[in-house]
Structures are given as structure tokens and as C-alpha cells.
Ligand binder design. Structure first.
Ligand code: SF4
Length: 256
């Protein structure tokens, strides 16, 4: 029952601050998100400048960074990269140490018995699919490219079982061509740095190619992967030890 003069009591629904910030950030495109210390918006030109500084600092910290997969030629790197899906580089290197002694060329892998190869690569996981890819891509290389791994993206992704990420690892990692491979570390770190607002690896690759000068493409994935492994870890980023902290809108230090 209402009483004259009685004030209406409303219960204000409170949303946690962190949730509000997350919702606001999600609505904004990467180029206009607030940067660094959250003081002002960032223009596309400023985003490019910030990306260049990040790339330069990481390149300085990890000079000559490359793939951690052991390979003596582009074909070995291709096979090792296929094996590295959902597996650590360390484990792949353990498996390929003996594998590459037995199978020395694309012809050897093209002739491999699938069931035997499956057993040999089993420790890397998903061994049936990986064995199928390795045999089929080897057959393609032998039949269509005379046994030589192609050094361009279109031909590489035309090989059975070879996706864009694998192709870019080979292009940047062995042929030293301008290419950006987007793996889980590149995806996570680029998002935290506000360099992309996408989650699809191909769209992330295009975003990064758009904001970075071409000369930075080749080393970028490798330095970011090292940074992601050592500093910007998935569960607990070590922002206090991060050399690009002042360029990062996700720094935990800024919230203190
Ligand atoms: S400041 Fe923190 S979140 Fe940003 S890149 Fe560095 S470690 Fe990652």
C-alpha cells in the first residue's frame, strides 16, 4: 500500500567495474580504443606508430628469433610444423630427431606406410590426421613440385593438409619472406596489445600486415611467440617485466 509522502525505494543494479570496462572495450574498434594509460583515443596513424615501436622493441630483445622447431631444410620445417599442432615444440623436436633420420626426403614420406608413420609420430597427438597430412603433402610435393617445397603462399596452401599458418611459418621461418604466422601466442598477445579486435587468425594476420611495415612481418611472429612464452603468458602475464608495457592497453600495472 502506498502512503502519501512515502519515498519510492529503488534497488540500483550494480555492475562490477571490470565487467563495465570489458563491455565498453568490446564495443570499440581497435583503432579507437584508449591506449596505454587510458587517457585518450588512438587514431589509425597512432596505432601504426605504436605497433612499429612494439615490433622494434621486441626485435631488439629477441634478435634473430626464429622457429624453435629443429629443421635443416624447408621440407623438414613443413613436416615439423604440421606435427606441432596442439603439441609443444620440444616434443616435436624429440620425435623428429629420429623421424628425419629414417625419412630423408619428400619421396620417403610419400612412400611411407601410414600405420607405421602413425606409430612413429604418436607422441605429438592427433597422429592419424597428422600422418595423413604428411603423406599427402609429400605426394603433392613430389608429383606437382618435383620434390621441392614451393616458396610462395598460394602453392604452399595448395598442398593437402597445409593451412595458412603452416605456410607462413615455412615462408618466414625458412625462406625469410615477409609473412606473419598467427598461432595461439600471436593471437593472445596481439589482442592484449590492442593491435587487432578479431579472433579469426586470418583476419588477425591481415590486421597485423596492415599496421606493420613489410620489413617487420618476417620477424614479428617469432618475437611475439617468445614474448608470449616468456612474459605475456596466457594465465598470468608478467607485466612488471614487460619491455612493451607502456604501449600496452591491457597492462595490469595501469590498473594499480
Ligand atoms: S603489459 Fe602485460 S598484458 Fe601487456 S604485453 Fe606486456 S605482459 Fe602482456
Amino acid at each position: 500500500m502506498k502512503t502519501a509522502g512515502m519515498r519510492k525505494v529503488t534497488t540500483k543494479k550494480t555492475v562490477p567495474a571490470a565487467k563495465r570496462r570489458k563491455a565498453t572495450a568490446a564495443r570499440k574498434p581497435a583503432a579507437s580504443r584508449r591506449t596505454g594509460r587510458g587517457r585518450r583515443k588512438e587514431s589509425p596513424e597512432e596505432l601504426k606508430r605504436r605497433a612499429r615501436r612494439i615490433a622494434a622493441l621486441l626485435r631488439k630483445k629477441y634478435p634473430g628469433a626464429g622457429s624453435a622447431l629443429r629443421a635443416e631444410n624447408p621440407f623438414q620445417l613443413l613436416v615439423a610444423t604440421v606435427l606441432s599442432a596442439q603439441c609443444t615444440d620440444k616434443r616435436v623436436n624429440m620425435v623428429t630427431e629420429s623421424l628425419f633420420k629414417k625419412y630423408r626426403s619428400p619421396e620417403d614420406f610419400a612412400r611411407a606406410r601410414r600405420s607405421v608413420l602413425e606409430r612413429e609420430i604418436r607422441p605429438t597427438g592427433f597422429f592419424r590426421a597428422k600422418a595423413k597430412s604428411i603423406v599427402e603433402l609429400s605426394q603433392d610435393i613430389v608429383q606437382r613440385f618435383g620434390g621441392a617445397v614451393p616458396d610462395n603462399l598460394d602453392d604452399l596452401v595448395s598442398l593437402r593438409g597445409v593451412g595458412r599458418k603452416t605456410a607462413n611459418v615455412v615462408l618466414a621461418g625458412f625462406f625469410r619472406k615477409p609473412a606473419i604466422a598467427v598461432d595461439t601466442h600471436v593471437k593472445r598477445v596481439s589482442a592484449r596489445l590492442g593491435l587487432t579486435r578479431h579472433t579469426d587468425p586470418v583476419k588477425i594476420e591481415y590486421d597485423l600486415m596492415d599496421i606493420l611495415p613489410k620489413r617487420e612481418w618476417q620477424p614479428f611472429s617469432f618475437v611475439v611467440i617468445l614474448h608470449g612464452r616468456e612474459v605475456c603468458k596466457a594465465r598470468k602475464p608478467r607485466c612488471e617485466a614487460c619491455i612493451i608495457e607502456k604501449y600496452c592497453p591491457s597492462s595490469l600495472l595501469a590498473k594499480r
